[in-house]
Design a protein around this ligand. Sequence first.
Ligand code: SF4
Length: 399
Amino acid sequence: MTTWPQHNASADEWADWRWQMRHRVNDLATLERYIRPTDGEREAIEATRGIFRWTITPYYASLMDPLDPACPIRQHVVPQAAEVAPDIVGVVDPLDEVGHSPVKNLVHNYPDKVAFCVTSECAVYCRYCLRKRMVGDADFMMRKDELREALAYIRRTPAIRDVLLTGGDPLVFSDANLDWLLGELRAIPHVEIVRLGSRLPVVNPMRITDSLCAILKRHHPVWLNTHFNHPKELTPEAQQACARLAEAGVPVGNQSVLLAGINDDAETLRQLSEGLVRMRVRPYYLYHAQLIGGTAHLRTPIETGMHLMRGLRGHTSGFAVPAYVLDTPDGKVPLTRDYVLGRAGDHVVMETTRGTLWAEPNPLPPGAEPAMVLPAIEMPEEARTVPTGAPRFVYAETA
Ligand code: SF4
């Protein structure tokens, strides 16, 4: 019988999503069975303790290059020294999700849609996570009465037709809990669509079992958006998980995040998109990375993303080209010349789909030539931006 030496697992254990969750790597000694951590990674593991958890499924850990610290999988989930370096623009909640939450963990920022953060647990903790303020934090776990309170809000708000179950990761729920939650939502007449936002097809593809697919089928229409960022993640296991979802009638889309040093080149993005399409997964969004504190090393100039999109559009199938967008407190903004007005110093100014102006802090690295040149403009007085006094993550080293 095949075994996986790092964890001494049988083939059956390895293929069991619960076994993967129970045996996640979250201590240095176990991590050393997969990679040779650098001094910087060792220090970052210490320095981020109590600020932002790290944990990795054995499956995802097995994709890491043991010797190359620049391995894209490794940069996703192993704390990096750069995380604790000063980050002049990074904040805790750049989209003001807390301010848009009428009840705990329910973000209501569009009239007809809500993002329902049903749990704070994920299978891995991505180092650039938008919800770094809450994922992995027990205070943000949802008790049953809190889930019921959020359901009651959706029930009494008839404008909500689209519910995104997110987190954390909703697929860490047991089948029984997920079945219950989907059933409650389906019983609300004005909820037309339920969407799941889940990284489990990427980091624990064993979760997409026949019994899960049977549950999803019972509650259609259910859509799922997953989150592949790099072609190295497109493994046979992930492919099988996406095929199961497709066969259960679940349309699967992909939301990537543009990350410096991980996927910020046209060839990587093209391979990712074409690989996804082969797996019947539609590349949907390429998000510009958010201003989350401790992620400056992963953010790119907006010009880089716009330039990369020109390398995709017209160079592969049209449906393999995702929309490059920035999420703002005023909704998502397509990062195209229709919406992006220009650069005002360290900010890129854009018109939102609500007609407001948003100025995204996006300083160019010192001495860097942007990949394309945006018109130089004055900062419009009415443009909103991230408040300078917004709460920031405080790391032991920088406190
Ligand atoms: S799986 Fe999603 S919610 Fe969880 S840490 Fe990664 S990006 Fe954040």
